[in-house]
Each structure stands twice: as C-alpha cells, then as structure tokens.
Write a protein that binds this ligand. Structure first.
Ligand SMILES: C[C@](O)(CO)[C@H](O)COP(=O)(O)OP(=O)(O)OC[C@H]1O[C@@H](n2ccc(N)nc2=O)[C@H](O)[C@@H]1O
Ligand SMILES: Nc1ncnc2c1ncn2[C@@H]1O[C@H](COP(=O)(O)OP(=O)(O)OP(=O)(O)O)[C@@H](O)[C@H]1O
Length: 292
C-alpha cells in the first residue's frame, strides 16, 4: 500500500525575534501561512524493517539527515512499529530557501505514516514528534495560517488570509538558518508588529496585512545576500501590494490580489532570476483524528 501526501511550503508574514533562550534557540513570535508550492511525499510498505528515502533533487540527503527519514524513525520508536517504509519525495520547493521545504516533508511523512500504519495519532502527538525534528515542522502538520511562538513549535490557528497571489523569487544562493540566527546576535533587532498583523488578518484587511509585512531576519540575511535588496526594488518598481523575505531567506515574496500584477511580476522577475513561482495560498489539512 502507498500513501501520497501533499507537502506545501510556508511563508512568514510577520517574524519577530524576541530574544535568546537557554537552549541555544531564539524566542520567536511569527505569523506563517501555507502556499500552493508543494513537494509530493509518497510512503509505501517495504518488506524489510528499515527506512529508505529517495528524492528527486540532487543535493538533498537520502539518509538519516533527511527530515522525512527522522520523522519515520521517531514514529517507529514512539509507537514500537516493526515495519519498513519506502519514502519517495518529489521536490518542487527550492532547498534552503526559507520556505520550510524539509520541515513540510517531515510533516507530510508524519501524516502519511499515521495513515499507512493505522496509528490514530492526535494533533498533540504529531506535534510532539515534530518538535524533535525542527522548529518549523509543527506548523506544517496542519498548515493554513497560524501564529507560532516559543522556538516556533507552539501553534495557534488563525483565520485564512483573503485570497491573493504569492509571487516568489529565489536568488541563486542558499543560506543556513543557524548562521542567520547567529548573525542576528551581533545586530540591533527590528521588531515587526505581530499583534497588529493578527488583527488585520481577523479583519480580512488585505491592504493592512501587506503594509504590516515584516521580518527581523531580513536585514541580517540582506547583509550576506546583496541580491535580496535588488529583487525587492525590482518587485516594488513592477508593483505589488506587499513584499518581504520569507524566514531566514533568501526567497523574497510579493503579495497581490490582481492577476495582471502577478503576470507582470512573473515576467519581469524571470529576467533576473531563474527560480520564479506564482502560487495561491493553501488551506489547512484536516487530520484523520479530527474526523472522529
Ligand atoms: C526561520 C524560520 O524558518 C522561520 O519560520 C524558523 O525559525 C527556523 O526553523 P527551522 O528551519 O525548522 O529551524 P531548526 O531546524 O529548528 O533550527 C536550525 C537552527 O536555527 C536556529 N534557530 C532556529 C529556530 C529558532 N527559534 N531559533 C534559532 O536560533 C538554531 O541555531 C538551530 O540550530
Ligand atoms: N526533505 C528535505 N528536503 C530539503 N532539505 C532537506 C530535507 N531533509 C533534510 N534537508 C536538509 O535541510 C537543509 C535545509 O533545507 P530546507 O529546504 O528545509 O531549508 P529552509 O527552507 O531554509 O528551511 P526553514 O524555512 O525551515 O528554515 C538542507 O540543506 C538539507 O540538507
């Protein structure tokens, strides 16, 4: 038997870093939303009791360093499962791009194995497994739009955003999330207004949402990747309601409700970068445990 799961990327609409924690991580407060740029994760029975991972992308590890592998390993340990699994990941999300590509693959693997192995995991149990893998995994279990706090693993669902296009531009470099958080420690932090963002989402006020886009990590990554400022300037010149770098970067996204602007952005930005995507937002997943 095989289970197929969609694994959508995320963008951060508001990302505030509140300070350092004792565990080496940073305390964050952020609003995230899932987008329709997605990997495809397929989990199938394997006759031997082991985990295999194959991916369609050349530079993604296929051993225990892959977050999907780690998800399967923790589930086998926690639920004492003596079955093997073959995981195939079709990568469409750019790697190390600030879009939670690895995290969403891990979350999709958790949802898939819950079904394949008939475990009946609760949302809370899924979140406990997620926290062992990475900070962004917990959000990716349900996706949609949510407030994430703690080191990013405490999730509170929010209303969906008003419908819009998301145009993504990925410069041809990758950044390390750990390095960006480390760089932040030697710089003054800018603080976006996360609470105002939540209020704007509740009011379904698209223009205010766009005006409040903000990311404490953006100036940090910009120091390493000069292209980010250039991409933002080009997108601004073409026209979009809001523009921001996602997560630790370097991907920049623009939000617009006008198809004509989305097309202009796509065509205009393709001349600067090879990786340009225009997608819609992605609804949250309903988990099996929620049907009962
Ligand atoms: C930048 C974001 O993507 C925004 O959503 C997340 O905060 C990062 O989430 P992630 O990639 O899942 O990060 P993790 O795999 O948990 O951590 C990678 C590294 O980033 C740093 N890190 C991450 C999250 C956090 N709240 N504080 C941190 O300082 C730590 O050095 C950690 O070793
Ligand atoms: N399934 C996976 N897909 C992509 N990368 C993976 C995967 N599993 C492990 N990795 C490793 O994770 C690293 C970060 O990749 P990822 O695409 O998750 O970064 P990111 O989008 O910047 O993450 P985030 O936004 O959560 O900080 C890669 O360099 C890769 O070695």
């Amino acid at each position: 038997m095989k289970i197929l799961e969609k694994a959508p990327a995320k963008i951060n609409l508001s990302l505030d870093v509140l300070g350092n924690r004792n565990d080496g991580y940073h305390e964050v407060k952020m609003v995230m939303t899932s987008i329709d740029l997605a990997d495809r994760v397929e989990c199938g029975d394997l006759h031997e009791n082991r985990i295999t991972v194959r991916t369609s992308a050349p530079y993604v590890p296929e051993d225990e360093r892959n977050f999907a592998y780690q998800a399967a390993k923790y589930i086998k340990e926690c639920y004492d499962i003596h079955r093997g699994v073959e995981i195939m990941i079709k990568k469409n999300i750019p790697v190390a791009a600030g879009l939670a590509g690895g995290s969403t693959d891990a979350a999709a693997t958790i949802r898939a194995l819950d079904k394949l192995w008939h475990i009946g995991m609760s949302y809370k149990e899924m979140q406990q497994i997620s926290a062992k893998i990475g900070s962004d995994v917990a959000f990716c279990i349900k996706g949609g739009t949510a407030l994430a706090t703690g080191r990013g693993e405490r999730i509170m669902p929010l209303m969906s955003l008003p419908p819009c296009w998301v145009v993504l531009v990925k410069p041809n470099v990758s950044v390390s999330t750990a390095q960006i958080y480390k760089d932040l420690d030697s710089q003054p932090i800018i603080h976006p207004d996360v609470d105002a963002m939540i209020r704007a989402i509740e009011k379904e006020d698209f223009q205010t949402i766009c005006g409040l886009l903000g990311n404490s990590l953006e100036p940090v990554t910009m120091r390493r990747v000069a292209d980010i400022a250039k991409i933002k300037d080009h997108m601004k010149a073409i026209g979009a309601e809001g523009i921001l770098m996602s997560g630790s970067g370097p991907t920049v996204f623009a939000l617009t409700q006008h198809e004509s602007r989305m097309l202009r952005l796509m065509n205009g930005m393709r001349g600067y970068c090879s990786q340009v995507f225009a997608v819609r937002l992605c609804k949250p997943f309903t988990l099996l445990s929620e049907y009962e």
